[in-house]
Design a protein around this ligand. Structure first.
Ligand code: SAH
Length: 251
């Protein structure tokens, strides 16, 4: 039986609507149902007039994905994700559920500005080359696996970006991660901390690997941390990771 439905998974960016893509906005405005968690729905409140909204807190992702897949059989549905839906977002679970259920409607994932690049912009130019993104959340990944990955990353010179540094239940993961990274990198390596990036109450801190734990009480689940590499410097309250131009050119 032909179906009228369509399923979008939409990255809505880090916070303020100005940082959402035009496509994401169009898709949300064109959907009958919007499904997402409370924080993200609040972010796009201005776009929700007349929409059927299905909300839910953290930990209800599977339930939301199942509802979305069911509704998409005959409705236009947008599942929203903060930042980008491919980065610790809803794209995976929605596609997994759709695959299991054999959903026969078109699914489109719409990209968004992820925390790494939003935070990178606030800090200046801390990324610039090869980088690694690592989540400290051990809800779905065992801590031993996270620790193993941290150790292998720490001994390389990848700029390292930490998502999910803490939660109410996991208060020491960030400290543990920093201690592992310090075993392999200089204490002078620049570190940027951005809390509530591109949202109300934004807080940007520039420090070093040696001193970052002085800000441990500021770091929470709405914070992303960028640890520079051996080419990173601090200038004018910004972090610059030099890509190598300085070795080839005079300026
Ligand atoms: N899909 C999201 C990430 C979800 S995981 C994205 O692409 O950005 C949640 C983690 O993302 C948070 O714990 C935090 O580390 C980071 N994060 C998301 N939005 C943020 C923001 N506006 N400011 C700072 N960190 C943010």
């Amino acid at each position: 039986m032909p179906s009228q439905g369509k399923l979008y998974v939409v990255g809505i960016g880090p916070g303020f609507l100005d940082y959402m893509t035009i496509k994401a906005k169009e898709v949300i405005l064109g959907s009958e149902y919007i499904i997402g968690n409370d924080l993200y729905l609040e972010q796009i409140k201005a776009l929700l007039d007349g929409k059927k909204v299905i909300s839910g807190g953290m930990g209800t992702e599977v339930e939301k994905a199942k509802k979305a897949v069911k509704l998409a059989e005959s409705h236009v549905v947008s599942v929203i994700s903060g930042g980008d839906a491919n980065v610790y977002g809803m794209a995976g679970i929605v596609l997994e559920v759709a695959q299991k259920k054999g959903l026969n409607v078109e699914i489109e994932v719409v990209p968004g500005v992820t925390a790494a690049t939003a935070v990178g912009s606030r800090l200046g130019a801390p990324i610039m080359g090869d980088f690694v993104v690592i989540s400290l959340s051990d809800l779905l990944t065992p801590w031993e696996v996270i620790e193993k990955r941290l150790k292998s990353v720490a001994s390389t010179d990848f700029v390292t970006i930490i998502y999910n540094p803490k939660s109410r239940k996991r208060n020491t993961n960030f400290q543990k991660a920093i201690k592992i990274i310090r075993e392999h990198r200089s204490k002078n390596v620049p570190v940027g901390i951005v809390k509530n990036c591109m949202r109300d109450g934004e807080n940007v801190i520039i420090t070093t690997l040696g001193e970052v734990l002085e800000y441990d009480n500021i770091v929470n689940m709405r914070t992303t941390i960028i640890i520079g590499n051996s080419e990173s410097i601090i200038w004018n309250n910004k972090i610059i990771t030099r890509r190598g131009y300085h070795r080839k050119y005079t300026y």
